[in-house]
Write a protein that binds this ligand. Structure first.
Ligand SMILES: Cc1cc2nc3c(=O)[nH]c(=O)nc-3n(C[C@H](O)[C@H](O)[C@H](O)COP(=O)(O)O)c2cc1C
Length: 321
Protein backbone atom coordinates (compact mmCIF):
# COMPACT_ATOMS: atom_id res chain seq x y z
CA UNK A 1 0.00 0.00 0.00
CA UNK A 2 2.86 2.36 0.77
CA UNK A 3 5.20 1.45 -2.05
CA UNK A 4 5.77 4.29 -4.52
CA UNK A 5 7.74 4.63 -7.77
CA UNK A 6 10.44 6.36 -5.71
CA UNK A 7 11.02 3.07 -3.84
CA UNK A 8 11.92 1.39 -7.14
CA UNK A 9 14.05 4.35 -8.23
CA UNK A 10 16.09 4.23 -4.98
CA UNK A 11 15.98 0.44 -4.53
CA UNK A 12 14.25 0.57 -1.14
CA UNK A 13 11.24 -1.19 0.37
CA UNK A 14 9.48 1.68 2.19
CA UNK A 15 9.32 5.38 1.22
CA UNK A 16 10.97 6.44 4.48
CA UNK A 17 14.32 8.18 4.28
CA UNK A 18 16.68 9.10 7.09
CA UNK A 19 17.68 12.77 6.86
CA UNK A 20 21.36 13.27 6.11
CA UNK A 21 21.86 15.07 9.40
CA UNK A 22 25.38 16.48 9.54
CA UNK A 23 27.31 14.83 12.35
CA UNK A 24 24.29 12.75 13.53
CA UNK A 25 23.49 10.42 10.64
CA UNK A 26 26.67 8.35 10.79
CA UNK A 27 27.30 4.72 9.85
CA UNK A 28 25.36 2.96 12.64
CA UNK A 29 22.17 4.95 12.05
CA UNK A 30 22.52 4.94 8.26
CA UNK A 31 22.97 1.17 8.12
CA UNK A 32 20.15 0.54 10.62
CA UNK A 33 17.66 2.51 8.48
CA UNK A 34 18.82 0.94 5.22
CA UNK A 35 18.71 -2.56 6.73
CA UNK A 36 15.14 -1.90 7.92
CA UNK A 37 14.00 -1.17 4.35
CA UNK A 38 14.32 2.62 4.27
CA UNK A 39 17.15 4.74 2.85
CA UNK A 40 19.99 5.77 5.14
CA UNK A 41 21.84 8.97 4.26
CA UNK A 42 25.30 9.78 5.62
CA UNK A 43 25.21 13.39 6.91
CA UNK A 44 28.66 14.27 5.63
CA UNK A 45 28.56 18.04 6.19
CA UNK A 46 31.03 17.80 9.07
CA UNK A 47 33.40 15.26 7.46
CA UNK A 48 36.60 15.83 5.54
CA UNK A 49 37.36 13.54 2.60
CA UNK A 50 39.23 10.90 4.64
CA UNK A 51 36.51 10.73 7.31
CA UNK A 52 33.83 10.43 4.63
CA UNK A 53 35.69 7.52 3.01
CA UNK A 54 35.89 5.85 6.40
CA UNK A 55 32.15 6.35 7.04
CA UNK A 56 31.27 4.87 3.65
CA UNK A 57 33.43 1.80 4.39
CA UNK A 58 31.81 1.40 7.81
CA UNK A 59 28.31 1.62 6.34
CA UNK A 60 29.25 -1.09 3.82
CA UNK A 61 30.53 -3.30 6.64
CA UNK A 62 27.05 -3.13 8.20
CA UNK A 63 24.75 -3.30 5.17
CA UNK A 64 24.63 -4.22 1.50
CA UNK A 65 21.47 -2.14 1.01
CA UNK A 66 21.33 1.23 -0.81
CA UNK A 67 22.46 4.33 1.06
CA UNK A 68 23.25 7.95 0.12
CA UNK A 69 25.66 10.75 0.98
CA UNK A 70 24.47 14.29 1.85
CA UNK A 71 26.79 17.27 1.52
CA UNK A 72 26.24 20.99 1.93
CA UNK A 73 27.63 22.93 -1.01
CA UNK A 74 27.06 26.66 -0.45
CA UNK A 75 30.20 27.10 -2.55
CA UNK A 76 30.46 23.89 -4.62
CA UNK A 77 34.26 24.08 -4.86
CA UNK A 78 34.36 23.58 -1.08
CA UNK A 79 33.11 20.00 -1.45
CA UNK A 80 35.32 18.92 -4.38
CA UNK A 81 37.53 16.58 -2.24
CA UNK A 82 34.46 14.92 -0.71
CA UNK A 83 32.82 14.60 -4.16
CA UNK A 84 35.93 12.76 -5.37
CA UNK A 85 35.43 10.26 -2.55
CA UNK A 86 31.74 9.88 -3.48
CA UNK A 87 32.80 9.11 -7.07
CA UNK A 88 35.74 6.83 -6.15
CA UNK A 89 33.58 4.82 -3.77
CA UNK A 90 30.78 4.38 -6.31
CA UNK A 91 28.08 5.92 -4.12
CA UNK A 92 24.82 5.71 -6.07
CA UNK A 93 22.64 8.38 -4.45
CA UNK A 94 23.72 11.95 -3.64
CA UNK A 95 21.76 14.53 -1.64
CA UNK A 96 22.57 18.23 -2.05
CA UNK A 97 21.63 19.87 1.23
CA UNK A 98 22.08 23.58 0.67
CA UNK A 99 22.45 24.45 -3.01
CA UNK A 100 22.46 22.76 -6.41
CA UNK A 101 26.04 21.60 -7.08
CA UNK A 102 25.60 22.30 -10.79
CA UNK A 103 29.16 21.53 -11.92
CA UNK A 104 28.98 17.98 -10.52
CA UNK A 105 25.57 16.97 -11.88
CA UNK A 106 26.73 15.88 -15.37
CA UNK A 107 29.43 13.64 -13.89
CA UNK A 108 27.01 12.19 -11.35
CA UNK A 109 24.65 11.25 -14.16
CA UNK A 110 27.47 9.78 -16.27
CA UNK A 111 28.17 7.56 -13.28
CA UNK A 112 24.51 6.52 -13.08
CA UNK A 113 23.90 8.33 -9.80
CA UNK A 114 20.55 9.67 -8.56
CA UNK A 115 20.67 13.31 -7.44
CA UNK A 116 18.28 14.53 -4.75
CA UNK A 117 18.17 18.28 -4.01
CA UNK A 118 16.72 19.73 -0.78
CA UNK A 119 14.58 22.83 -1.40
CA UNK A 120 12.30 25.13 0.63
CA UNK A 121 10.60 27.12 -2.14
CA UNK A 122 8.81 26.26 -5.41
CA UNK A 123 11.26 28.46 -7.37
CA UNK A 124 14.20 26.46 -6.03
CA UNK A 125 12.53 23.18 -6.98
CA UNK A 126 12.05 24.36 -10.55
CA UNK A 127 15.67 25.51 -10.70
CA UNK A 128 16.90 22.18 -9.33
CA UNK A 129 14.86 20.27 -11.92
CA UNK A 130 16.26 22.45 -14.70
CA UNK A 131 19.79 21.82 -13.41
CA UNK A 132 19.22 18.07 -13.71
CA UNK A 133 18.06 16.95 -10.25
CA UNK A 134 16.32 13.56 -10.37
CA UNK A 135 14.28 14.12 -7.19
CA UNK A 136 13.54 17.16 -5.02
CA UNK A 137 12.96 17.05 -1.28
CA UNK A 138 10.51 19.81 -0.27
CA UNK A 139 11.45 20.77 3.25
CA UNK A 140 8.89 22.76 5.24
CA UNK A 141 9.86 25.33 7.84
CA UNK A 142 8.88 22.78 10.54
CA UNK A 143 12.12 20.93 9.85
CA UNK A 144 15.10 20.78 12.17
CA UNK A 145 18.40 22.28 10.99
CA UNK A 146 18.75 24.81 8.18
CA UNK A 147 15.26 25.54 6.98
CA UNK A 148 13.13 28.04 5.07
CA UNK A 149 9.93 29.90 5.92
CA UNK A 150 7.19 27.99 4.10
CA UNK A 151 5.09 25.40 5.96
CA UNK A 152 5.28 21.88 4.55
CA UNK A 153 1.50 21.53 4.18
CA UNK A 154 1.53 24.47 1.76
CA UNK A 155 4.90 23.80 0.15
CA UNK A 156 4.67 20.11 -0.80
CA UNK A 157 1.60 20.20 -3.10
CA UNK A 158 2.82 23.39 -4.78
CA UNK A 159 6.16 21.75 -5.51
CA UNK A 160 4.37 18.60 -6.76
CA UNK A 161 2.44 20.80 -9.20
CA UNK A 162 5.51 22.71 -10.35
CA UNK A 163 7.91 19.89 -11.26
CA UNK A 164 7.72 16.59 -13.15
CA UNK A 165 10.33 14.77 -11.06
CA UNK A 166 9.37 12.91 -7.85
CA UNK A 167 8.99 14.96 -4.67
CA UNK A 168 9.88 13.90 -1.14
CA UNK A 169 8.33 15.72 1.85
CA UNK A 170 10.44 16.73 4.86
CA UNK A 171 9.82 18.61 8.07
CA UNK A 172 7.96 17.68 11.24
CA UNK A 173 7.23 14.11 10.13
CA UNK A 174 7.71 11.64 12.95
CA UNK A 175 5.03 8.97 12.60
CA UNK A 176 2.76 7.10 10.18
CA UNK A 177 0.19 9.90 10.09
CA UNK A 178 2.83 12.23 8.69
CA UNK A 179 3.80 9.68 6.05
CA UNK A 180 0.20 9.23 4.88
CA UNK A 181 -0.35 13.01 4.86
CA UNK A 182 2.77 13.48 2.73
CA UNK A 183 1.61 10.84 0.25
CA UNK A 184 -1.82 12.51 0.13
CA UNK A 185 -0.12 15.80 -0.78
CA UNK A 186 1.51 14.09 -3.76
CA UNK A 187 4.93 13.31 -2.28
CA UNK A 188 6.41 9.88 -3.04
CA UNK A 189 8.19 9.55 0.27
CA UNK A 190 9.31 11.30 3.43
CA UNK A 191 12.60 12.42 4.93
CA UNK A 192 12.61 12.00 8.70
CA UNK A 193 15.25 13.75 10.78
CA UNK A 194 14.55 14.65 14.40
CA UNK A 195 12.63 11.41 15.18
CA UNK A 196 15.76 9.40 14.34
CA UNK A 197 17.93 11.40 16.79
CA UNK A 198 16.10 9.68 19.66
CA UNK A 199 17.63 6.32 18.78
CA UNK A 200 20.68 4.61 20.27
CA UNK A 201 22.32 4.51 16.81
CA UNK A 202 22.32 8.30 16.33
CA UNK A 203 25.55 10.13 17.05
CA UNK A 204 24.07 12.60 19.54
CA UNK A 205 25.16 14.05 22.88
CA UNK A 206 23.06 12.57 25.72
CA UNK A 207 21.87 16.07 26.75
CA UNK A 208 20.69 16.73 23.17
CA UNK A 209 18.74 13.47 23.03
CA UNK A 210 17.19 14.22 26.43
CA UNK A 211 16.22 17.75 25.31
CA UNK A 212 14.42 16.23 22.30
CA UNK A 213 12.51 13.79 24.50
CA UNK A 214 11.25 16.49 26.88
CA UNK A 215 10.49 19.29 24.36
CA UNK A 216 7.27 20.16 22.53
CA UNK A 217 6.07 21.85 19.37
CA UNK A 218 6.67 25.40 20.66
CA UNK A 219 10.18 24.82 22.01
CA UNK A 220 12.16 25.52 18.84
CA UNK A 221 13.38 28.76 17.31
CA UNK A 222 14.66 29.55 13.81
CA UNK A 223 17.89 31.47 14.30
CA UNK A 224 21.02 32.45 12.38
CA UNK A 225 23.08 32.69 15.56
CA UNK A 226 24.87 29.32 15.26
CA UNK A 227 25.74 29.08 11.57
CA UNK A 228 24.87 32.42 9.93
CA UNK A 229 21.96 30.80 8.05
CA UNK A 230 18.46 30.30 9.51
CA UNK A 231 18.39 26.97 11.34
CA UNK A 232 15.70 25.50 13.61
CA UNK A 233 17.05 24.52 17.01
CA UNK A 234 15.76 23.94 20.52
CA UNK A 235 15.34 27.28 22.28
CA UNK A 236 17.78 28.08 25.12
CA UNK A 237 19.28 31.06 26.92
CA UNK A 238 22.23 31.32 24.49
CA UNK A 239 20.16 31.54 21.31
CA UNK A 240 17.59 33.82 23.03
CA UNK A 241 20.43 36.22 23.90
CA UNK A 242 21.18 36.60 20.18
CA UNK A 243 17.64 37.77 19.40
CA UNK A 244 18.62 41.25 20.63
CA UNK A 245 21.88 41.43 18.65
CA UNK A 246 21.07 39.98 15.25
CA UNK A 247 23.27 42.55 13.55
CA UNK A 248 26.36 41.00 15.18
CA UNK A 249 25.80 37.64 13.44
CA UNK A 250 28.43 36.93 10.81
CA UNK A 251 27.58 35.35 7.44
CA UNK A 252 27.84 31.58 6.90
CA UNK A 253 30.33 29.94 7.39
CA UNK A 254 32.11 32.55 9.54
CA UNK A 255 29.45 32.28 12.26
CA UNK A 256 30.00 28.48 12.36
CA UNK A 257 33.67 29.08 13.17
CA UNK A 258 32.74 31.63 15.83
CA UNK A 259 30.21 29.19 17.35
CA UNK A 260 32.80 26.40 17.38
CA UNK A 261 35.15 28.71 19.30
CA UNK A 262 32.32 29.39 21.76
CA UNK A 263 31.97 25.61 22.32
CA UNK A 264 28.30 25.53 21.28
CA UNK A 265 28.46 23.17 18.27
CA UNK A 266 29.03 19.74 19.81
CA UNK A 267 25.45 18.43 19.56
CA UNK A 268 26.90 15.15 18.31
CA UNK A 269 28.76 14.72 21.59
CA UNK A 270 32.18 13.92 20.18
CA UNK A 271 34.11 16.64 22.03
CA UNK A 272 33.24 18.75 25.05
CA UNK A 273 29.57 17.66 24.89
CA UNK A 274 26.39 19.71 24.80
CA UNK A 275 25.32 22.24 27.44
CA UNK A 276 21.56 22.39 26.73
CA UNK A 277 21.43 26.05 27.78
CA UNK A 278 23.99 27.03 25.14
CA UNK A 279 24.41 24.38 22.51
CA UNK A 280 23.05 24.20 18.93
CA UNK A 281 20.44 21.43 19.13
CA UNK A 282 18.81 21.25 15.68
CA UNK A 283 15.27 19.88 15.93
CA UNK A 284 11.95 20.14 14.10
CA UNK A 285 8.51 21.17 15.35
CA UNK A 286 7.39 17.54 15.49
CA UNK A 287 9.24 17.30 18.83
CA UNK A 288 6.12 16.56 20.90
CA UNK A 289 5.61 13.34 18.92
CA UNK A 290 8.94 11.96 20.13
CA UNK A 291 8.72 10.50 23.61
CA UNK A 292 10.90 7.40 23.52
CA UNK A 293 14.46 6.49 22.63
CA UNK A 294 14.21 3.28 20.60
CA UNK A 295 16.18 1.45 17.92
CA UNK A 296 16.02 3.01 14.44
CA UNK A 297 14.58 -0.19 12.94
CA UNK A 298 11.70 0.07 15.43
CA UNK A 299 11.12 3.74 14.56
CA UNK A 300 10.88 2.81 10.90
CA UNK A 301 8.68 -0.25 11.47
CA UNK A 302 6.33 1.80 13.68
CA UNK A 303 6.00 4.54 11.03
CA UNK A 304 5.18 1.93 8.36
CA UNK A 305 2.73 0.02 10.57
CA UNK A 306 0.94 3.16 11.68
CA UNK A 307 0.71 4.47 8.10
CA UNK A 308 -0.86 1.18 7.01
CA UNK A 309 -3.35 1.37 9.91
CA UNK A 310 -4.26 4.96 9.03
CA UNK A 311 -4.82 4.06 5.39
CA UNK A 312 -6.96 1.05 6.37
CA UNK A 313 -9.03 3.17 8.78
CA UNK A 314 -9.56 5.85 6.11
CA UNK A 315 -10.65 3.20 3.58
CA UNK A 316 -13.07 1.69 6.09
CA UNK A 317 -14.55 5.08 6.97
CA UNK A 318 -14.90 5.85 3.27
CA UNK A 319 -16.67 2.55 2.56
CA UNK A 320 -19.15 3.23 5.44
CA UNK A 321 -20.01 6.73 4.10
C1 LIG B 1 20.63 17.63 13.54
C2 LIG B 1 20.22 17.96 12.15
C3 LIG B 1 21.21 18.13 11.19
C4 LIG B 1 20.84 18.36 9.86
N1 LIG B 1 21.82 18.46 8.92
C5 LIG B 1 21.50 18.48 7.61
C6 LIG B 1 22.52 18.40 6.61
O1 LIG B 1 23.71 18.35 6.91
N2 LIG B 1 22.11 18.35 5.33
C7 LIG B 1 20.79 18.39 4.96
O2 LIG B 1 20.48 18.28 3.78
N3 LIG B 1 19.82 18.52 5.89
C8 LIG B 1 20.15 18.54 7.20
N4 LIG B 1 19.14 18.61 8.14
C9 LIG B 1 17.73 18.71 7.71
C10 LIG B 1 17.20 17.33 7.34
O3 LIG B 1 17.72 16.92 6.09
C11 LIG B 1 15.67 17.23 7.25
O4 LIG B 1 15.16 18.02 6.22
C12 LIG B 1 14.96 17.56 8.53
O5 LIG B 1 15.57 16.95 9.63
C13 LIG B 1 13.50 17.11 8.45
O6 LIG B 1 12.74 17.65 9.49
P1 LIG B 1 12.53 16.92 10.91
O7 LIG B 1 13.83 17.08 11.63
O8 LIG B 1 11.43 17.70 11.52
O9 LIG B 1 12.19 15.49 10.64
C14 LIG B 1 19.47 18.44 9.49
C15 LIG B 1 18.49 18.29 10.46
C16 LIG B 1 18.83 18.06 11.78
C17 LIG B 1 17.74 17.87 12.80
Amino acid sequence: MLRTALCDQLGIEYPVILAGMGGVSMHRLVAAVSNAGGLGIIGAATLDAAALRDEIHRVRELTDKPFAVDLLAPIPEMIRPQMQVVFDEGVKIFVAGLAVPQQFIAEMHERGMTVIVMIGKVRHAVKAEMAGADVVAAQGTEAGGHTGEIGGMALVPQVVDAVKIPVIAAGGIADGRGLVAALALGAQGVIVGTRFIATPEAQAAPAYREAILRSGEADTVRTRCYTGKPARTIRNTYNESWERRQDEIKPFPLQVMYSAQQGVMDYMGVGQGADPERCFMPAGQGLGLIRDNKPAAEVLADIVREAQEVLAALAERHSRD
